[in-house]
Design a protein around this ligand. Structure first.
Ligand SMILES: C[S@@+](CC[C@H](N)C(=O)[O-])C[C@H]1O[C@@H](n2cnc3c(N)ncnc32)[C@H](O)[C@@H]1O
Length: 212
């Protein structure tokens, strides 16, 4: 838990007898609720973990957002509760079906069944000059995906990136993987902060960066 300011629309509230991160919206994954507020579980969300651990994510609320690796909408549902228009890219049809249900309750969430390695296939739909790019694809080549999608961010935009070490190389030392990712990202980004996401997620690195 930390004193970093939270984006408008994200609060620490007592739900179910303890203080938790929360956003206002329809429940998505059986999370505890209190009135309109629903708990944001950092152990099920890399972005939730980054915020809970006090990383300076630089969000204010209302950001125009591209989210890569949306899965069934656990995290992007929270993002769409506090952000502006939120484009959610996912390439697997099965989680996409659930994501469509999450979007049905959120008029700012736009699911796209697309491959994040091929941004040219959604560049005609997604706005440019975005405020925020969130990425959690957990597949090999995570840095390359972030670099390819930098084109959507405005000069002052933010990248909030989760890197899963085992997705790059199950046998490698996670610190060696993270060091390689930092170096590859430097083609397109300046890293502002990074930290490991334990105890919420083992062998993951959270990165806050801005375009070069
Ligand atoms: C760790 S899960 C994401 C969890 C999600 N971010 C959350 O917190 O709710 C990774 C997701 O990224 C998707 N994914 C992986 N590579 C992708 C790609 N190239 N394009 C689009 N989606 C991809 C996977 O299908 C999977 O659903």
């Amino acid at each position: 838990m930390s004193d970093e300011p939270l984006p408008a629309g994200v609060e620490r509230r007592t739900i179910g007898g303890r203080e938790r991160l929360a956003t206002r919206g329809e429940p998505v994954y059986g999370e505890p609720t209190d009135g309109e507020w629903r708990a944001w579980d950092p152990s099920r969300s890399k972005l939730g973990a980054m915020i809970d651990l006090g990383m300076d994510v630089g969000l204010e609320g209302g950001e125009r957002t591209l989210y890569l690796g949306a899965a069934a909408g656990t995290t992007v549902g929270h993002v769409a509760d506090f952000a502006g228009p939120t484009y959610a890219v996912e390439f697997a049809p099965r989680p996409m079906r659930e994501l469509l249900g999450v979007a049905a309750d959120r008029d700012r969430l736009f699911p796209l069944l697309k491959d994040a390695r091929r941004p040219e296939t959604y560049a005609h739909v997604v706005e440019s000059d975005l405020d925020l790019l969130v990425q959690d694809v957990a597949t090999r080549g995570q840095a390359a995906v972030a670099v390819r999608n930098a084109r959507f961010l405005g000069d002052d935009g933010r990248l909030l990136l989760a890197i899963k070490a085992r997705s790059e190389d199950v046998t490698a030392d996670p610190e060696a993987v993270f060091s390689d990712v930092r170096s590859r990202l430097s083609d397109a980004y300046r890293i502002l902060e990074d930290r490991r996401l334990e105890p919420h997620h083992d062998d993951h690195l959270g990165i806050v960066a801005t375009p070069r």
